[in-house]
Write a protein that binds this ligand. Structure first.
Ligand code: ADP
Length: 243
């Protein structure tokens, strides 16, 4: 369903991604693990062209894009297929929770306002925020803001949701509520790629785990294999440091 081939990315002279190949199947929950600076966030951002890859190919469904030759139209089409949930939520500060979720439906998907509103309310209810429709981000906790971010991503009905360390900006007591929402939508079969340091989440929710270091995928496999029986020395060292 998603196929990355030879994805590379350099910032100046620093090569941050070195010919990454990754296949994600429909309904997969893939976690990307690895030390800070290994290229996890950059890889995620390349998948929807928030960063322009230096080379390689991205395929989502039957849409295929060659990063060397992508036109604006290609990039627009690619972006329609994924939605990102950011570490810092990235909500519009001057819009309510409801308006934040509606925005993409009205502006990007050109849905009539009433329809967009009904759908956004349903999604906010789904993430447990039915009573906060009119709250502004400043009136919400970090966990609530992130749940608005998740509702906003769901609203776009993307083929894949990309989560960039969705709980790392949260106070520890708020992490659980956000992971619970992600777990719930994972169960519905939505394809997702999650960059995270939450090993419990990786073990319990993901069906595929990828370990990155130094801009390459060092190894990948089932979460149980990767976490408890890593093959590669670099993976073993990483797991030793964080547990
Ligand atoms: P991770 O998510 O694994 O912590 P990142 O993808 O954020 O790693 O970063 C990988 C490397 O790329 C780091 O060395 C980082 O400093 C560098 N990097 C990331 N974004 C930029 C940027 N916009 N400009 C220059 N260097 C960047």
């Amino acid at each position: 369903m998603i196929q990355l081939r030879h994805i590379s990315k350099s910032f100046g002279r620093q090569q941050v991604l070195k010919s990454i190949d990754l296949t994600v199947n429909q309904g997969d929950v893939v976690v990307i693990l690895g030390p800070s600076g290994s290229g996890k966030t950059t890889l995620l951002r390349c998948i929807n062209y928030l960063e322009k890859p230096s080379g390689g190919e991205i395929a989502i469904g039957d849409f295929r894009l060659n990063c060397g030759r992508a036109t604006k139209k290609d990039i627009h089409a690619l972006r329609q297929k994924s939605a990102m949930v950011f570490q810092q939520y990235n909500l519009f500060r001057h819009k309510t929770a409801l308006e934040n979720v509606m925005e993409g439906l009205v502006i990007v998907k050109k849905q009539p306002k009433e329809e967009a509103k009904a759908r956004s309310i349903a999604l906010l209810e789904k993430v447990g925020l039915g009573s906060k429709l009119d709250a502004y981000p400043s009136q919400l906790s970090g966990g609530q803001q992130q749940r608005v971010g998740i509702a906003r991503a769901l609203a776009l009905e993307p083929e894949v949701i990309l989560f960039d360390e969705p709980t790392s900006a949260l106070d520890p007591e708020l992490v659980g509520e956000v992971l619970e929402v992600i777990r719930k939508i994972a169960k519905e079969g939505i394809t997702m790629i999650v960059v995270t340091h939450e090993m419990g989440f990786a073990r319990d929710v993901a069906n595929h785990a990828v370990f990155m270091d130094g801009g390459v995928i060092v190894e990948e496999g089932s979460p149980a294999e990767l976490l408890y029986h890593p093959r590669e020395e670099r993976t073993k060292q990483f797991l030793k440091r964080i547990t």
